[in-house]
Design a protein around this ligand. Sequence first.
Ligand code: NAP
Length: 238
Amino acid sequence: MDITQKHIAIAGGSSGIGFAIAALALERGARVTILGRSEAKLADARQRLGGGVATIPMDLGDAASAAAGFQALGAFDYFVSTAADLTYSPLASMPRDAIERMLAGKFWGPVHLVQFGLPQLQPGGSILLFSGLAADRPAPGTAMVSALNAGVEGLVRALAVELAPVRVNAISPGVVDTEGWAFMDEASRSAFFASLASSLPARRIGSPADLADAALFALTNPYLTGEVLHVNGGGSLG
Ligand SMILES: NC(=O)c1ccc[n+]([C@@H]2O[C@H](COP(=O)([O-])OP(=O)(O)OC[C@H]3O[C@@H](n4cnc5c(N)ncnc54)[C@H](OP(=O)(O)O)[C@@H]3O)[C@@H](O)[C@H]2O)c1
């Protein structure tokens, strides 16, 4: 689909998958705005994207910040949220502030998008959220991540009905090589990626570009709604 006249807003566009979606949308001629909490990360992303992108500092999980951010954003055709600040550790000992940061991006973020952003979504537009493989295949230390991802998937099905004809979808990635894994040291991360890649049917882990390609499909396909696209190298299998 031609997206040259479209405005795509990406919460989380300063990093990882969101950044790759911004880069691909710009390459295809769309107008792109990226949103995130850190002004420094937004400025760095803007530079890496060649400057042709608008940036708005916004904490999507904070009601006042989200309301102001949507006002600054104005009208948009497509909204993607990759916003997430996740901690992988057993729930029994997880600090409260880590739980709050997780809820901010993946629970309150979509709620604020609907409550503050909806009036600015143009006819024919769509919303794309991100869940993740942990919703289906949890491991120890992923209870909160799993719960939030499953919540995102339930939410897109319900919103597709509640907000119709606005289309609402989710992408559930498997492991993708992004800054989101920076909490691991380089050697452990490489070993983890290599071991996982050898066990996946696709024999590789994901790149942000793999997910960007799927995201533009999900945003623009007029017959897709209430769906969760599993882009995980076959990670749901076996
Ligand atoms: N990478 C993977 O292996 C993987 C696997 C399964 C699912 N996923 C899902 O895919 C999505 C993208 O993952 P990723 O690895 O690309 O993430 P990432 O590189 O860690 O980037 C996350 C982005 O979200 C922004 N952000 C975090 N909290 C925010 C908030 N409250 N308000 C606004 N922006 C916020 C961050 O910027 P600031 O810090 O500046 O706010 C950053 O730009 C996430 O939903 C993640 O759960 C990823």
